[in-house]
Design a protein around this ligand. Structure first.
Ligand SMILES: [Zn+2]
Length: 246
């Protein structure tokens, strides 16, 4: 298994992680970078996972812009596969992506009006409203607690993360074969973790009932002593490895 941190690495926003396992290429989140200077952010947001046509699946932890905002860029770059998410995440992401497309178009129009050099090439929006329906059509609903087989002995299950409506952590399982020995492997991708005892609307709750993962990747924006990270991980014994606390 190989995981590449394409965003939300040593910073926050732009969550995007490429998991390569058993011959599958799986993208966990495809979020927009929202920090720094406008031109830097624009450059970051024009990049997507390498070779997007060969990705097998995208799995979305929740609908916030920094986790879903580059999905139209990914589709424009050639990705044609499913985007797995909860039905509530679909509804949240639709609002966010349509709003983001409008902002992209308005920003590009504003910058072109203010352009000093008339010979400079016009600035194009990262994507337009017309690009959003292709993303919505690719959304494939998976509800909490429902194990989904991706093939090649790789599967995933969503569990309620309590962050926003539809948010989940993604529990990934696969069988690793080495020297003719099969070993079950697990990875927990948390996305953003909600606070405990804070009511949020839910359609259906699925408490996480999995054991300690073999590996985990989590965004930890306020340091190791942050309440969300500490309270969340206290529910498990120590995993065998933390891929990145950033
Ligand atoms: Zn979030």
């Amino acid at each position: 298994m190989l995981i590449r941190f394409l965003g939300a690495d040593r910073t926050v926003t732009g969550s995007s992680h490429l998991l390569e396992v058993n011959g599958l290429r799986i993208l966990l989140d495809c979020g927009m970078y929202q920090e720094g200077h406008r031109e830097d952010a624009r450059q970051q947001n024009s990049k997507v996972a390498p070779d997007p046509q060969s990705l097998n699946a995208v799995i979305l932890s929740h609908g916030h812009l920094d986790h879903s905002g580059k999905l139209p860029v990914l589709m424009l770059a050639g990705y044609k596969g499913p985007i797995y998410c909860t039905s509530a995440t679909h509804e949240v992401a639709q609002i966010i992506l349509e709003d983001s497309a409008k902002i992209q178009e308005e920003d590009a129009a504003y910058l072109n009006r203010r352009a000093v050099d008339p010979k400079a090439p016009p600035i194009n929006p990262l994507y337009r409203a017309i690009d959003v329906p292709a993303v919505l059509n690719a959304f494939t609903h998976v509800e909490y607690g429902q194990k989904t087989d991706l093939g090649n002995e790789v599967s995933f299950t969503f569990f309620d993360a309590g962050h926003i409506l539809g948010s989940c952590y993604i529990w990934i399982e696969w069988i690793e074969v080495q020297d003719q020995t099969k070993t079950k492997r697990t990875l927990l991708f948390t996305g953003d973790i909600g606070r405990y005892d804070t009511p949020i609307p839910r359609r259906r709750r699925a408490r996480a009932t999995f054991s300690s993962p073999k590996a985990r990747t989590a965004e930890n924006r306020t340091g190791r002593s942050a309440r969300s990270s500490r309270s969340f991980w206290s529910r498990f014994s120590s995993p065998s490895s933390t891929l990145r606390d950033c």
